[in-house]
Design a protein around this ligand. Structure first.
Ligand code: ZN
Length: 134
């Protein structure tokens, strides 16, 4: 099982066994997929293993299954998702976008050596670069 470096959780979860949420779905379109019976079935599996509680604020109301990354979209495992309430979900989306931006920035800067430079120092440089105009 590969270690998922792109996991960007609001909550450092204790060890979660990585199991598939279900068979790979035959969709190419995100919106169709997210409203499909297949995704509904996968949501149920996600709630079953991850619990019916927001991983960030512990709310038990208006829960949603958040994609931590889109690497395995249509074929998610437990480590690709987390449970967030609808208030925390946008924060999770923002963290995912920032993480993706950081990875791209690092790769553009260091190419194949990007992983070797992935540390807090570089992340701070990325943040400075990201907000340089604001
Ligand atoms: Zn929440």
């Amino acid at each position: 099982m590969k270690k998922n470096k792109n996991q960007t959780s609001l909550f450092e979860s204790s060890q979660v066994i990585n199991i598939s949420l279900g068979p790979k779905s035959n969709y190419t379109d995100y919106d169709t997929y997210i409203h499909s019976p297949e995704w509904k079935a996968k949501r149920i599996i996600a709630f079953k293993y991850l619990g019916r509680k927001c991983h960030s604020c512990k709310s038990t109301k208006q829960l949603e299954v958040h994609h931590l990354n889109y690497e395995n979209l249509f074929n998610e495992s437990l480590e690709d998702v987390e449970i967030l309430c609808n208030a925390c979900h946008p924060v999770g989306d923002d963290i995912r976008a920032t993480k993706k931006g950081y990875e791209t920035w690092l790769r553009n800067k260091y190419g194949e050596w990007a992983n070797h430079y992935d540390d807090e120092f570089e992340y701070e440089k990325f943040q400075n670069w990201k907000y340089r105009d604001s």
